[in-house]
Design a protein around this ligand. Structure first.
Ligand code: IPE
Ligand code: IPE
Ligand code: MG
Length: 252
């Protein structure tokens, strides 16, 4: 797909005035199943409704000053669900990615995936590779989709590569510090999230970006993901702007 010529123009989207919002927002998109159940529909109905919310959220990022958006789509633990739900989700991902690619590229969105691709269907992985390649030069919003992602799995895979580098003599154990491991994580090219949002009323992280979110601000909101909106994201970003992030120091 050719690059949209509009990309060469400066990004002149007006951002909200006097607004000190998060540059990187990460979202645990939870509550699709309960949203569907409340309507007497199968869980997959909720997943389809949830997938449709993503575009509006991506599109409002430039106005809110969000440069990086990371969304949790499928965890390493989600394989425990029924075969019907897992297969339905995998086919939804394939359809969603093919359908949204054109719009995302036209919006100058760079798409990346994090997580372990080994267990994913080869056709899905091929599509993920293609999307990353096609959107490689885009830079208005960096959208990262966590698919078969779990933080503990990511850290284990990273540690394996790090240990191999030590074994091969590329790295000395004495040189390993807190800057080293992030270079081996799936997120190595991304800044840490400033704000992590979880929908659906659950106040847990469920194995999402554990290392990266050490100093993130958190918002746990009751809204089920298919009801989430740009207006709600704006409210959370404004609230973020009022927080005093001390990073262990004393308030100014
Ligand atoms: C989040 O919604 C989507 C995925 C985990 C794939 P859920 O499917 O977890 O919805 P609830 O939590 O059961 O309502
Ligand atoms: C977290 O939601 C994973 C995603 C949103 C993809 P879950 O619904 O899987 O988390 P738990 O099981 O409630 O912890
Ligand atoms: Mg859930």
């Amino acid at each position: 797909m050719p690059k949209d010529p509009a990309h060469d123009l400066a990004d002149d989207t007006p951002t909200l005035a006097g607004f000190d919002g998060p540059a990187h927002v990460a979202i645990i998109m939870d509550g699709n199943g309960r949203w569907a159940q409340a309507r007497g529909r199968p869980r997959l109905f909720g997943h389809h409704a949830g997938a449709r919310r993503v575009r509006e959220v991506v599109e409002c990022c430039p106005r809110l000053g969000i440069k990086y958006l990371t969304i949790f789509a499928f965890s390493t633990e989600n394989w425990k669900r029924t075969q019907v739900e897992v297969a339905g989700l995998m086919s939804l991902f394939r359809r969603y990615i093919s359908r949204e690619l054109r719009a995302l590229n036209a919006e100058n969105v760079r798409v990346r995936f994090i997580g372990d691709r080994v267990r994913l269907d080869a056709k899905l992985v091929q599509l993920m590779d293609e999307v990353e390649e096609i959107t490689r030069c885009n830079d208005r919003v960096h959208l990262t989709v966590a698919l078969n992602y779990g933080s503990r799995d990511e850290v284990a895979r990273a540690t394996k590569r790090l240990a191999q580098d030590v074994a091969d003599g590329h790295l000395k154990p004495a040189d390993v510090d807190e800057e080293t491991l992030p270079r081996y994580l799936d997120t190595r090219v991304l800044p840490d999230p400033d704000l992590v949002i979880r929908t659906s009323g659950e106040a847990r992280i469920s194995n999402f970006l554990l290392w990266q979110s050490a100093y993130a601000e958190y918002e746990f909101i009751d809204t089920l993901w298919p009801d989430f909106s740009a207006a709600e994201l704006e409210r959370l970003c404004r609230s973020f702007g009022t927080r005093d992030r001390r990073f262990g120091a004393v308030a100014k």
